[in-house]
Design a protein around this ligand. Structure first.
Ligand code: ADP
Ligand code: MG
Length: 444
């Protein structure tokens, strides 16, 4: 096949796709060569290549065959220097240029992500998106508290996609970087480039989107970018520290757009997950510090005591290994307590009266409103007293403060309740057991 055939085909295509499609999509194609039945074209951006392939691929093949070309497949590629730098349009192929995509942490892969109950849904959704294929939910919205693995999962998706489909243009960045680029583009009068860049990605990942709350023009641009990509059938993956509806100063229309895909949250870690994560990190450290021994019970202790977030947990372990290797001692409970006393103190769990009420009413299978409400029947009164007792023991609230949280009861009522439970504890082993169980559950 020669360029002549392609030139003829162009004429025919102009007739079948229409003038406007022709100039937007067909004219930019540069026929490169035919090899083994595959016609290769150079395109200015991956976006154009994908669009043409999806929308006009069959027609192009048909016309090429008709014109005598032995073609059964098309391939589109972005030449390494396709875009004329002097026109300032090098930014048209973002994810390939180093640094234009937020750098991905090589350690944040699916392999190193430990799955447990609190994150299994988020993990499954991330996996699904990372498989590529047809877009089933758009956007995927991941949210959860600090240090629960949102960024880790986002990077894992990006790594996986890049590995499976290197031709895809995957752009990962934080909402802050999005804003920074937007503002720079405005200042340097390069909004066209900005739009081109963001409209040409196949997969857009924006981390910590809560950041754009209250930043009006950035929100506006984000909204348009978002819509353009969704309309073009491109996958969008978003993370935030809270649910879309709860992001402060975020426009309603953006909230509702963010909600229309799949929204999944990462729950706070539980003991099992923390232990699992610690074990997997220890495997890594043990390779690094083969001389160090870790005594039984240390990981369990840490998983129990450090329940704030995974980042703190990891930091504790790093310090522990560094410290142990410096002093050349086994990592046992004593060393752990010496080395991490500040972390351990800081993460002493602060329990609230509300949590206590919730846990106790769950435990006794009564409604929260009945625990707090005025009814005096034994079925409600006893759990209420237990909750008062725990509130006195486990929080720093005063008796009047506790009373207020129990439907505005007087402090003497609280005091009476606390005393009653102290008496019962000595007499009724069932109550003592219940208390122990509840206390432990609350400290989790
Ligand atoms: P977020 O973005 O939600 O604030 P990150 O993704 O940055 O949290 O996670 C904080 C740290 O905890 C990272 O080092 C990450 O690798 C680690 N981490 C979080 N969850 C897990 C998990 N389930 N398995 C392994 N490491 C995890
Ligand atoms: Mg993060």
């Amino acid at each position: 096949m020669t360029n002549d055939i392609w030139a003829n085909v162009l004429g025919a295509l102009k007739g079948t796709v229409g003038a406007s499609n022709y100039s937007s999509w067909i004219a930019p194609l540069q026929f490169s060569k035919l090899s083994d039945g595959v016609a290769i074209f150079e395109v200015p951006t991956n976006f154009i290549g994908n669009y043409v392939s999806q929308n006009f691929g069959d027609q192009i093949i048909y016309q090429l065959k008709k014109a005598g070309g032995d073609v059964h497949r098309l391939r589109f590629r972005v030449p390494s220097q396709s875009v004329d730098a002097s026109k300032g349009r090098t930014s048209a192929k973002p994810a390939r240029d180093k640094g234009s995509s937020g750098p991905l942490d090589a350690r944040f892969t699916f392999d190193t992500f430990v799955v447990g109950k609190p994150n299994e849904l988020a993990h499954a959704a991330a996996r699904r998106v990372a498989e590529g294929g047809p877009v089933t939910f758009n956007p995927l919205f991941l949210y959860g508290g600090v240090g629960l693995g949102k960024t880790h999962l986002m990077h894992a998706i990006a790594h996986e996609l890049k590995q499976r489909s290197p031709e895809l243009n995957v752009l990962y960045l934080s909402a802050e970087q999005f804003m920074y680029r937007f503002i720079t583009a405005l200042r340097e009068r390069k909004m066209m480039d900005f739009k081109l860049l963001f409209r040409s990605v196949d997969i857009l990942m924006v981390d910590d989107v809560q950041f754009i709350g209250g930043k009006d023009s950035t929100q506006e641009e984000f909204f348009h970018t978002f819509n353009a990509l969704v309309d073009a059938g491109k996958q969008i993956i978003i993370s935030a520290d809270r649910a879309p509806g709860e992001i402060k100063d975020l426009e309603e229309r953006i909230k509702s757009r963010l909600q229309c895909g799949l929204v999944v949250d990462l729950h706070p870690t539980d003991y099992e997950l923390r232990l699992g994560i610690l074990q997997s990190k220890v495997d890594v450290y043990s390779a690094q510090y083969p001389e160090l021994e870790i005594a039984d019970g240390v990981l369990e202790f840490l998983a129990h005591r450090i329940s704030t977030n995974v980042r703190v947990l990891e930091g504790a372990l790093t310090r522990l290994f560094a410290f142990a290797s410096l002093v050349g001692r086994e990592i046992n409970l004593e060393l752990t307590q010496d080395c991490l006393s500040d972390v351990l103190k800081a993460s002493d769990r602060k329990v609230t009266v509300e949590e206590i009420q919730r846990k106790v009413s769950e435990h006794y299978n009564i409604r929260l409103s009945d625990m707090i409400g005025p009814k005096r029947v034994r079925n409600y009164a006893r759990p209420r007293q237990i909750a008062m007792y725990l509130a006195k023991q486990m929080t720093s609230r005063s008796l009047p403060e506790i009373g207020r949280r129990f439907g505005g009861r007087d402090h003497t009522t609280v005091m009476h309740g606390v005393r009653r439970i102290e008496e019962l504890m000595a007499l009724d082993s069932q109550i003592a057991d219940d208390l122990e169980l509840l206390r432990r559950a609350l400290q989790e």
